[in-house]
Write a protein that binds this ligand. Structure first.
Ligand code: ADP
Length: 416
């Protein structure tokens, strides 16, 4: 089958979290099963795009309401990813160093989706499946089925994978003119709670819905920031499929980003070597058990609980444990994470920011991984931890429930 994955993130080109890891690995393994799978991503001003060669394969113009943008479709030339990577360059909207969090994100990602559809219709491509990920690409099912310009894609199967139901990309109904011409009697397929809601629209229009773990599907049918009724109605076409991890990237025996490679027979030595190396960098005593948190400082990840929990644990086990926090996000959380260092110097440290290499080393070096998430659609960190011989301590929620066995059941790490 010919499959396009259309996404805002894809490892190693552009990553904020687990979405990138999934879009950067699933296509590779689909290709090995004999499918022809390509990924389509915006062309950002990020290091991967500057360091690798791209060739222009198409150029066109897109209309966004009264605005007009020219765009180019570029194909990545290294062919080392295991799939074809196409990027869509819209200079005014994507020639920026970050993926998200701009005021015009609605315009950016809608233009990206329109450019994608313009390109594949103009070049008469007939994919068997267009696979959309999260709200940034979730208007594609509606547009493919209903916009006059994309009539050739009307019957193309579309899939939406929900990596997070909390972010829905909703915008005001006055921007309906951004959507290329369509039969107005269909406008209800775009709307939810008086807004144009891309995620809701894809739940209505996509041929299939998947979530990144079975438990997350059960949870969002109960509560999904306002989409729960809709998801309940569309339950029949929805399926929860647990994410996997790419063991060609995440493998302590071959991972080039860690200090010392190890496998199940050299496990003790390997963990110790990595721990000594990491502890030295962060001024921690490598004799102590090491607890690590890696993630975005947002309420879903329970990051606001860390300061108090760490402070209690460090006080009760004075000098006998180490904690390292890696991440960024909420500025209050960042401040309190930084502040703790003054009280527990030598047993506590942090890295504020995103650092892929450091995260690999931390999974390899740590004894325990902390994941107090309140919402966890799947979670990859706990699976990386298990692969690297690190015990995950997690809340019984979403994908964590599906992947981490309770200690009482012979596994590791669930907190009740
Ligand atoms: P989410 O996508 O909700 O953030 P996941 O557990 O699915 O959570 O995936 C998180 C991914 O992002 C993992 O690959 C994790 O190692 C990585 N990650 C998160 N924060 C950082 C950071 N500060 N530095 C490096 N990697 C990070």
């Amino acid at each position: 089958m010919k499959i396009f994955h259309v996404s805002a993130e894809c490892y190693p080109a552009a990553k904020v979290g687990g979405l990138a890891d999934v879009v950067g690995s699933l296509p590779k393994y689909l290709n090995r099963l004999g499918h022809h799978t390509a990924v389509v991503l915006p062309h950002y001003a990020m290091p991967f795009f500057e360091e690798n060669a791209f060739e222009k394969t198409y150029e066109g113009i897109l209309q966004l309401g009264g605005f007009e943008f020219s765009f180019e479709v570029l194909k990545e030339q290294t062919n080392q990813l295991g799939f074809e990577l196409y990027t869509i360059a819209i200079t005014e909207l994507f020639d920026r160093p970050k993926i998200y969090a701009y005021e015009d994100d609605t315009e950016r990602f809608l233009s990206f989706q329109i450019a994608f559809l313009n390109w594949i219709t103009a070049t008469k491509q007939k994919p068997d499946i267009i696979h959309c990920h999260d709200h940034h690409t979730a208007l594609i099912p509606f547009m493919a089925q209903n916009c006059l310009a994309y009539n050739s894609l009307k019957n193309t199967s579309t899939i939406l994978t929900i990596h997070s139901a909390q972010y829905q990309g909703a915008f005001g109904a006055e921007k309906i003119t951004y959507i290329p011409e369509f039969d107005e009697t269909k406008s209800g397929l775009l709307e939810w709670n008086g807004m144009i809601n891309p995620l809701a629209s894809a739940v209505k229009c996509a041929w299939k819905i998947t979530t990144v773990s079975p438990s997350y599907l059960d949870e969002i049918i109960g509560y999904a920031s306002g989409l729960e009724n809709l998801l309940r109605w569309e339950r029949e076409k929805s399926v929860g499929i647990l994410n996997g991890i790419d063991t060609e990237v995440w493998n302590p025996a071959s991972d080039p980003m860690i200090h010392y490679n190890y496998n199940t027979s050299s496990f003790e030595l390997g963990k110790n070597k990595n721990k000594e190396f990491l502890c030295e960098q962060f001024n921690l005593n490598s004799e102590n058990p090491l607890f690590v948190f890696i993630g975005r400082f947002v309420p879903e990840k329970g990051a606001d609980l860390l300061t108090e929990a760490c402070s209690t644990a460090l006080s009760q086990n004075a000098g006998e444990i180490n904690i390292l926090i890696i991440g960024s996000g909420d500025t209050d959380v960042e401040r309190s994470i930084q502040g703790l260092k003054n009280f527990y110097f030598g047993n506590y440290n942090f890295h504020i920011g995103y650092n892929e290499k450091l995260s690999h080393l931390a999974y390899a070096a740590a004894d325990f991984l902390l994941m107090p998430s309140r919402v966890e659609p799947c979670g990859l960190n706990q699976m990386y931890a298990l692969k690297y011989g690190t015990i995950p301590i997690v809340r019984r929620i979403g994908g964590l429930k599906d992947t981490v066995l309770d200690m009482g059941d012979g596994g590791f790490g669930i907190c009740h």
